[in-house]
Ligand binder design. Structure first.
Ligand code: C5J
Length: 222
């Protein structure tokens, strides 16, 4: 298939070897009372992309393509959270503290669950990642290799942190990556704009970008 409107030039992919990767659409970042809000951010900005993400997820499921969800998540004993991460920022609540939705960014806690609108269904992959990137200290690369995946379509939050880090990690591992611009968001619109620009700059140095409508139009024929 060829997504002609992709930037900086058409994105070619085969559904059988392409996975949809949804980064960290978990309550911690999207809902009030979570990690994102404790850092002083307006979570409404991130909530705005949910309908577009949902439309792409539903269309992707209809094609039978692989879906990967990630969550930024730490072990309950914080043994996978280095001080360099734990002590950064000025949150009211730190990673591991008890918040309105359970312990912040801890596996299994209510706040660590993917929002209901995008909840994984049986057969989809869910990766808990202790870092910003989806490949660091996770089985994701092995799993994608075993599934014959060469191309990744990215959605999720936040654009310049976990999405960009994951896309760069994927690019370095040889995947051709497409970012859906209206299916990713940042608490800082100017950071999103810059991240999107830098990923597709210099002849797709990190990857391609397109909109959900452009992808959905192509998937309609599948
Ligand atoms: C952050 C993320 N921003 N998922 N995590 O801490 O982007």
């Amino acid at each position: 298939m060829q997504l002609n409107q992709a930037q900086p030039f058409p994105y070619n992919f085969d559904l059988k070897s392409t996975a949809l990767v949804i980064i960290d659409m978990q309550r911690d970042f999207i809902e009030p009372g979570g990690f994102g809000e404790t850092l002083g951010n307006d979570v409404a900005l991130l909530q705005a992309i949910v309908p577009a993400c949902q439309a792409v997820l539903q269309a992707w499921r209809r094609t039978g393509g692989l879906v990967v969800h990630t969550r930024e998540a730490h072990r309950a004993d914080l043994s996978d959270c280095p001080p360099a991460k734990l002590n950064r920022g000025k949150p009211d609540l730190r990673i591991g503290d008890m918040g309105a939705m359970g312990r912040i960014l801890i596996s299994g806690e209510p706040g660590n669950q993917i929002i209901p609108a995008l909840a994984p269904v049986p057969g989809e992959v869910v990766i808990d990642k202790p870092g910003k990137g989806a490949f660091y200290a996770t089985p994701l690369h092995d799993l994608l290799q075993q599934a014959g995946i060469t191309h990744l379509v990215f959605m999720g939050v936040t654009t310049e942190v976990c999405v960009q880090t994951s896309m760069r990690e994927a690019n370095d591992r040889g995947y051709d990556c497409l970012l859906l611009e209206d299916c990713t968001e940042s608490y800082f619109p100017q950071f999103k704009a810059a991240a999107v620009e830098m990923m597709r700059a210099q002849g797709a140095i990190v990857g391609w970008t397109a909109t959900s409508d452009q992808l959905l139009a192509l998937l309609q024929g599948c």
